[in-house]
Design a protein around this ligand. Structure first.
Ligand code: NI
Length: 203
């Protein structure tokens, strides 16, 4: 009787090549995960941040400890996605009822150049009294966005200094009263769906 492994020299060469390929693939995947810093098991989102509120006062992630935080990154000049998301969040908070008192929605700008404290304050207020707008130095915004794994980049639309839009990822992050990541909430949902998702994550 013969087994697959000892059918002769040509098969042994074949198995050796396959073995090398598999080893190479494993090494490559490991190196990729290592180099990209990816953690396949527990992906952390959020963490310490240091920003400025609409009154120009410094705030940190610890400012709202004891409450859930619903964190969203965007910018006030956003033509569509940000205003739609924030009005759906405002709608969701109304639907949540008393549970909404345990939740602080935060709008963090990715466009600190234009979104000064008074600008984010006025913008957030347009989506109801609960919403808080935050800004900061480009470095502070960059660090907060990195912590939340938010992607954003300037997209030029002309030659003037104001001629740009911001491309940005659009996800709502629910953080627990202890500051830890609870889960993401899809930002492209209507108010009642966001409310249902939040109620589930907060129960
Ligand atoms: Ni936007």
């Amino acid at each position: 009787m013969t087994t697959g492994a000892d059918r002769g020299p040509s098969n042994r060469v074949l198995y050796a090549i396959i073995g090398l390929l598999v080893a190479g693939l494993l090494l490559g995947t490991g190196a990729y995960l290592f180099l990209s810093g990816a953690r396949p098991v527990s992906l952390t989102v959020g963490g310490p941040f240091s920003l400025i509120d609409g009154d120009g006062k410094p705030v940190t992630d610890k400012t709202w400890r004891g409450k859930y935080m619903l964190v969203y990154f965007g910018y006030t000049f956003c033509p569509d996605v940000c205003p739609a998301t924030l009005s759906n969040v405002a709608d969701a908070l109304d639907k949540l009822g008393p549970k909404a008192d345990q939740l602080q929605p935060l709008f963090i700008t990715v466009d600190p150049k234009r979104d000064t404290p008074p600008v984010v304050k006025q913008y957030a207020a347009a989506f109801g009294p609960r919403m808080i707008g935050l800004t900061g130095s480009p470095e502070q915004i960059g660090a907060a966005a990195r912590a939340y794994r938010v992607y954003y980049t300037e997209h030029r639309t002309g030659t003037g200094p104001e001629d740009y839009t911001m491309d940005h990822s659009s996800v709502l992050y629910l953080m627990g009263p202890d500051g830890r990541f609870v889960g993401p909430v899809r930002a492209d949902q209507a108010g009642p769906e966001i409310a249902a998702a939040l109620a589930k994550l907060m129960s």
